[in-house]
Design a protein around this ligand. Structure first.
Ligand code: SF4
Length: 168
């Protein structure tokens, strides 16, 4: 008869188990802002199969989502809405800035486009490229999973209010 030491038992804290579960069941908010969103859709399709990482359940309501994938350029007009969606997501929540436009404004260095969505919401992972590839988004999801398993950030840092964002 096998001794206790031979049995496949793992010990972990509840916090570690929760982090592990969160990292393997990310629910992205379902929205896209520009051409990057096409690449995001391709990531969820069969060729790249985002569901291999447990992150394919795109939620139509921000109240049921814990990841915001900002896919595309953020116009000044759209910024307060992006911020409102973020505020409606429950904690803990994370943000991926997908592509050059969402990360730093991309080629749109003008008055109409926010020069990086991190001026509006706190970003956890940036995906480079124009357009960014589905492989890039998969890598971002894996980096985010690693961050969550290592503890992530406990609460979202203070950001400008939606009113301040609207008048930025
Ligand atoms: S980074 Fe390129 S593909 Fe993405 S929204 Fe900007 S212009 Fe479009």
């Amino acid at each position: 008869m096998a001794g206790v030491e031979d049995r496949p038992i793992l010990f972990a804290s509840v916090k570690k188990l929760a982090q592990w579960a969160q990292s393997g069941s990310l629910w992205p908010a379902q929205f896209g802002l520009a051409c990057c969103a096409i690449e995001m859709m391709a990531t969820a399709a069969s060729r790249f199969d985002l569901s291999r990482f447990g992150a394919e359940v795109m939620r139509a309501s921000p109240r049921q989502a814990d990841v915001m994938i900002v896919a595309g350029r953020v116009s000044q007009k759209m910024a307060p809405i992006v911020r409102e969606l973020y505020d409606q997501m429950p904690e803990p929540k994370w943000v991926i800035a997908m592509g050059a436009c969402a990360s730093v404004g991309g080629v749109f260095n003008n008055y109409a486009i926010v020069q990086g969505v991190d001026r509006v919401v706190p970003v956890d992972v940036y995906v480079p490229g124009c357009p960014p590839t589905p492989e890039g988004l998969l890598e971002a999801v894996m980096q985010l999973q690693k961050k969550i398993r290592m503890g992530g950030r406990p609460m979202a840092p203070a950001m400008p209010s939606p009113e301040e964002v609207a008048h930025a």
